[in-house]
Write a protein that binds this ligand. Structure first.
Ligand code: ADP
Length: 158
């Protein structure tokens, strides 16, 4: 099957920054699994099943044929292993992300012997799910910052 990457996140919501990481990863790996997880530190803002559908629509509209989406609870490495993944994928926006991600990556390496591959956010490094939610809650347009299917979902939920 080749190399399988597991891109985990809360994706609450999935933004153009996340999409860019998926696109970069899809070019490097034979298969990419986007894992929508539950982060114990964060409360869910958008229904995960609906977000999964919106990400799936985005992936199909972008013709990312080697990408699939799963929902999971529990430890990321457990789900990644169960899915047959070889490596974890994360995106880096800045130094703060790097420090945070490094701790998680180190633990994952220790407990599951799984390495993490980082992709650069580049010019979308300013974008976060919380900024999108801030705009959304203040009735500002979110269209420039999220894929079409995600914007439609958020506008439908309004
Ligand atoms: P988590 O709750 O697991 O941090 P997020 O959905 O916030 O999940 O982010 C998932 C991953 O995507 C993280 O590695 C994060 O650094 C990365 N990421 C978030 N926003 C961007 C962006 N604009 N560009 C690139 N990577 C990003």
């Amino acid at each position: 099957m080749g190399m399988i990457g597991f891109y985990a996140g809360s994706f609450d919501p999935f933004t153009n920054g996340h999409l860019q990481i998926v696109k970069k990863a899809a070019k490097c790996f034979d298969k990419v699994i986007v894992g929508i997880g539950y982060n114990a530190e964060k409360t869910e803002r958008i229904d995960k099943a609906r977000m999964k559908e919106a990400i799936e629509r985005t992936i199909s509209e972008e013709n990312l044929n080697n990408v699939e989406v799963v929902l999971y609870t529990g430890l990321t490495v457990d789900k990644a292993k169960e899915s047959g993944a070889d490596i974890l994928i994360r995106g880096l926006r800045n130094g703060t992300d790097y420090e945070y991600e490094e701790n998680i990556s180190e633990i994952n390496e220790k407990i599951a012997n799984m390495d993490t591959c980082y992709f650069r956010a580049g010019d979308l490094g300013y974008l976060s799910s919380s900024i999108v939610m801030e705009l959304y809650n203040k009735n500002k347009s979110i269209e420039p910052y999220v894929p079409k299917a995600v914007a439609e979902l958020l506008n439908f939920l309004k």
